[in-house]
Design a protein around this ligand. Structure first.
Ligand code: NAD
Length: 315
């Protein structure tokens, strides 16, 4: 990528990506799998990579896709590479390590990080990649597994407008695209969104726990909240779907939500803005993660809060 782009490369750098262009997709987990599925269904050719062989096996069982032997060859064969990984440190490693994606990339290629990564880390990474002539777009998503399956995610894209335009149609296969601002702003927006998402879940849980201890019925509380000003996605979706039935299986890990809150704290700390509620909330999710484990469901924060009631009664 270090050589200056020639004329045909420059032309390529302005072209929009469209089927059957080849896309590298790294991270076929709860979200990556259905998102990659939509891209194949739209006619893109996919080259996939995941450190978990089961994730690749599961995807390849029902999709035509290439399985490059390593990240460098994936980078070399794909003009667009999407990462959908647990967090930004892993994205950085996958891109920049010896024989990583960047080692193989050709001029005109675009990197899209759809993971919920650190906005501060993403800004730094983008600057380093820019020195090598590689544009990075952060395009994290909201909507959970269900909207990933339906292709109705909210996609919060950060990056130069001319790069966003090249990938807009491709992203639109997976959901509604919002251009937030410069690289890093998508990741900031996502962390701040999840602050509210995690906050309303924990607050609704505390309200329901208090209400039921007082003798109210949990399902009735949720029904009334949903007709009142206290409603949120926690009351409208998470409680009816995963908490009242006690399945705790939203498909979004508790450890990932705790990470998102730490990222929101990082933004507030870096910018010197008040984060009184956020600090407490982040502490609650960190403790819940310690008690229930990274892979527990994010809705298990309710069980964590319930466990505090028992602790009090045992005193
Ligand atoms: P996941 O853990 O289900 O999937 C992550 C995948 O990345 C796994 O298949 C794992 O094997 C793979 N992986 C990990 N390290 C790797 C590496 N070094 N190289 C290649 N592959 C590697 O996570 P998920 O729920 O799909 O979430 C992915 C991202 O999307 C996270 O940043 C998360 O915060 C965010 N997110 C998740 C949801 C949700 O509802 N699950 C919703 C919105 C955003």
């Amino acid at each position: 990528v270090s050589a200056p782009p020639d004329r045909s490369s420059r032309k390529k750098m302005a072209e929009k990506f469209a089927p059957p262009d080849r896309i590298g997709f790294i991270g076929l987990g709860n979200m990556g799998n259905p998102m990659a599925h939509l891209l194949v269904a739209a006619g893109y050719r996919l080259a996939v990579f995941d450190t978990n062989p089961e994730a690749i096996k599961h995807f390849a069982a029902s999709h035509t896709c290439e399985q490059p032997a390593d990240l460098k060859s994936l980078g070399a064969s794909c003009p667009v590479v999407i990462t959908m990984l647990p967090e930004g440190h892993i994205v950085r490693q996958v891109l920049l390590r010896d024989n990583g994606v960047v080692a193989g990339l050709r001029p005109g290629s675009v990197l899209i990080d759809m993971s919920s990564s650190s906005p501060v880390g993403t800004r730094r990474l983008a600057a380093e990649l820019q020195d090598r002539g590689i544009p990075l777009v952060d395009a994290p998503v909201s909507g959970g597994v269900k909207k990933a399956i339906d292709g109705t995610l909210a996609i919060m894209a950060g990056g130069a407008i001319e790069v966003i335009e090249r990938i807009r149609d491709l992203l639109a296969v997976m959901g509604k695209v919002f251009h937030v601002g410069n690289t890093g702003s998508g990741h900031a927006m996502k962390a701040l969104n999840n602050y509210l998402s995690a906050g309303t879940l924990a607050m609704t849980a505390e309200a329901v726990i208090a209400g039921t201890r007082f003798g109210l019925d949990a399902a009735k509380i949720i029904e009334i909240l949903n007709a009142s000003s206290g409603r949120s996605t926690a009351s409208e979706h998470k409680f009816p779907a995963f908490i009242l039935p006690r399945t705790f299986n939203s498909g979004f890990a508790l450890g990932l939500m705790a990470k998102d809150l730490r990222l929101a704290v990082e933004i507030a700390t870096t910018e010197g803005t008040p984060s009184l509620l956020l600090q407490v909330l982040s502490g609650i999710y960190n403790q819940a993660e310690q008690d229930f484990g990274f892979s527990a469901d994010n809705t298990d924060v309710v069980r964590y809060l319930e466990s505090l009631v028992e602790d009090q009664n045992n005193d």
